[in-house]
Each structure stands twice: as structure tokens, then as C-alpha cells.
Design a protein around this ligand. Structure first.
Ligand SMILES: [Fe+2]
Ligand SMILES: [Fe+2]
Length: 227
């Protein structure tokens, strides 16, 4: 286990995030490596909302995830798989898969250098659309996944040290360390624990060339969460 994986996984224990998992992050990582399917998006039609999401990933999913070494769709599928393999409930698996939808709902792609401001408010873009179609169990952890990183970094310096360069830059652009008042406000959010679990999967879901099932794998889960 590399330093980054070990540091992030230790944070799940530190914050008691195994509440959301069957076997923890390590099991999620090893389990997700067993899937072999190079097709990331399959041609299956479903509910119009799911179809819209699929089309968005089809059109924009191949864009680079900022300066990370994965594309948008690779990041989404890896994050969804980490949630699923950890035994998360289907609403949280859905939130994990769709957490960065706001990046590709934007008209322009993400900056590919860290020299620009990386705070694009994408959590609000995704939340404002998804809350119309999914319940708060999906939309709220997504809204909170940015501030969850600020919380984790403020609570534990090891978490900040384990972030990728892009994630560290966006953390600073998004406000950096939290004040005690901000931390209390976050802890008062109904879905803050779900957001913390999602955040850890988010920061792990950046492995270049990692095999995952295609987008079709998540379609039934997403559709089951529609309101
Ligand atoms: Fe994000
Ligand atoms: Fe992400």
C-alpha cells in the first residue's frame, strides 16, 4: 500500500468512516481490481434522467480530470466502485458516481494547470440539478463533498499531505483550513458523515488505467434512487 493510500485509509479509521463500509477501504481497493471491462459507457437506454447523465459522460467523460492522470468518467467509475465495494447503501454509491457531474455540466473543461483558480463551485452545479431528480441522500453528500475535504484536512494534517497536487490546490482555492465555527456547522449537516465517506473515495479514485465496470453497471442503482 502506497503512502497516499495508507494515509487516506487511516483517515477513514480516524473519523470512524467504516460505519459506511463492510470491509473498509482496503477491501474496496482489492475488490474493485477484479473487474475487467474496458468499455466505460455502454449503449443502453433507460429513464430520461439516467439517459441525460449517460449522455453527459459520453460527451464530456473523456476530458481529463483537471491535472489528474484519469478522465472524468474514469474518476466517476472508480469512485462509484470504491463506494459499492465498501458496502455503501445505493444512494451513497449513486452520490459517489455522480459527485463530480458539476464539472462536466459546466460549459468549459477544467483547467489543466494548477495556476488557475480551481474552485468552480461544481458541487453546487451537481446538487442543484440532482436534487430535482434524486433525494437528499444523493444530492446532499455531493453538495458537501468539497467542504468535507476542508474538514478532513483541518482535522488531520496527514490527510492534506496525502492529497494529489490538484486536490491540494483546489482545497486552498475552496477556502483551505476551516474555522471552528465552520467545522461545527459542517458537523451539524444531516449528511456530513456520508460526505466524509464520499470524500475519501473521491481522493482515492485517481488511479491511472485502473479497470472498472462500465457506466452501465451503475444504471440500475442510479435508476433505483430516482424520486
Ligand atoms: Fe469534486
Ligand atoms: Fe472528485
Amino acid at each position: 500500500m502506497g503512502f497516499r493510500m495508507a494515509a487516506l485509509a487511516s483517515c477513514t479509521l480516524h473519523f470512524g468512516l467504516n460505519f459506511f463500509t463492510r470491509n473498509g477501504i482496503n477491501a474496496a481497493r482489492s475488490s474493485s481490481q477484479h473487474f475487467i471491462n474496458p468499455e466505460l459507457i455502454d449503449n443502453i437506454s433507460m429513464h430520461p434522467v439516467i439517459e441525460r447523465i449517460k449522455e453527459t459522460f459520453t460527451q464530456r467523460g473523456k476530458e481529463q480530470y483537471g491535472t489528474e492522470s484519469v478522465t472524468q468518467v474514469q474518476h466517476a467509475l472508480q469512485c462509484g466502485m470504491l463506494a459499492e465495494a465498501s458496502g455503501a447503501v445505493r444512494t451513497l454509491v449513486t452520490a459517489a458516481t455522480l459527485h463530480d457531474l458539476g464539472h462536466i455540466f459546466h460549459a468549459s473543461p477544467l483547467p489543466v494547470t494548477c495556476g488557475e483558480n480551481l474552485d468552480d463551485k461544481h458541487e453546487w452545479v451537481a446538487h442543484d440539478w440532482l436534487r430535482k431528480h434524486f433525494g437528499p441522500e444523493v444530492a446532499e453528500p455531493i453538495r458537501l463533498h468539497v467542504v468535507a475535504k476542508r474538514y478532513l484536512c483541518t482535522q488531520n494534517p496527514g490527510y492534506e499531505q496525502a492529497l494529489s497536487p490538484t486536490s491540494l490546490k483546489s482545497y486552498l482555492d475552496q477556502g483551505g483550513p476551516m474555522s471552528p465555527e465552520e467545522m461545527s456547522a459542517f458537523e451539524g449537516e444531516s449528511f456530513h458523515k456520508e460526505a466524509l465517506a464520499l470524500r475519501v473515495w473521491d481522493d482515492l479514485a485517481k488511479e491511472q488505467d485502473k479497470e472498472t465496470p462500465g457506466f452501465h453497471h451503475f444504471m440500475p442503482t442510479l435508476e433505483a434512487c430516482l424520486q
